[in-house]
Design a protein around this ligand. Structure first.
Ligand code: FAD
Length: 138
């Protein structure tokens, strides 16, 4: 079975409240568990940055479903590559939003603010893995 890591960013189409994030995460955690997919979602500054890891066919199908979601658009693929080991297997979908820790991690990656358009693959992966250790409990 081919396992892949897919990272993308997108832009919220409207104001995203905590209740919206809760709803997205509840659906993600339920579905991803059935699909064998894990990952991490960051939201800040109207941008979503998400990593999905799991079986190639399941990740591809889920990405297409997520791309259809009216809550965001301008989806841009940062990378999709085969991996031998997952990095986010503890989380069906982890979450982190704005925090001092996020700012410190961005600074370490030479980023002024949370703007995934300015991140290369290495920086996006570094931010997501670092934030996985500093998640918001929602
Ligand atoms: P439902 O949740 O019942 O959704 C049915 C349809 O309605 C879908 O097309 C959905 O896009 C749309 N929809 C649902 N709620 C709203 C709303 N409040 N406003 C507008 N349209 C809505 N899902 C996962 O399974 N795993 C993930 O990792 C994941 N990550 C996501 C990340 C982001 C940034 C966003 C915005 C959504 C994410 N989703 C994720 C949700 C995904 O886009 C679909 O909503 C979900 O896969 C469909 O789940 P469902 O079949 O239970 O249908």
């Amino acid at each position: 079975m081919n396992t892949v890591r897919l990272i993308y960013y997108s832009v919220a189409t409207r104001d995203i409240a905590m209740s919206d994030l809760k709803q997205i995460l509840e659906t993600a955690r339920k579905n991803n568990s059935d699909l064998g997919i894990c990952g991490m979602l960051c939201f800040e500054n109207r941008y979503f940055l998400q990593v999905l890891e799991g079986p190639r066919d399941a990740v591809s199908e889920l990405y297409l479903d997520i791309a259809d979601d009216a809550r965001h658009d301008e989806l841009t693929l940062i990378c999709c590559e085969e991996i031998t080991e997952t990095s986010f297997s503890e989380w069906r979908m982890g979450y982190a939003g704005s925090s001092d820790k996020l700012q410190a991690i961005l600074n370490k990656e030479d980023q002024l603010s949370f703007d995934p358009k300015q991140m290369n693959k290495t920086q996006a992966y570094a931010v997501l893995t670092a934030m996985a250790a500093h998640q918001d409990n929602i």
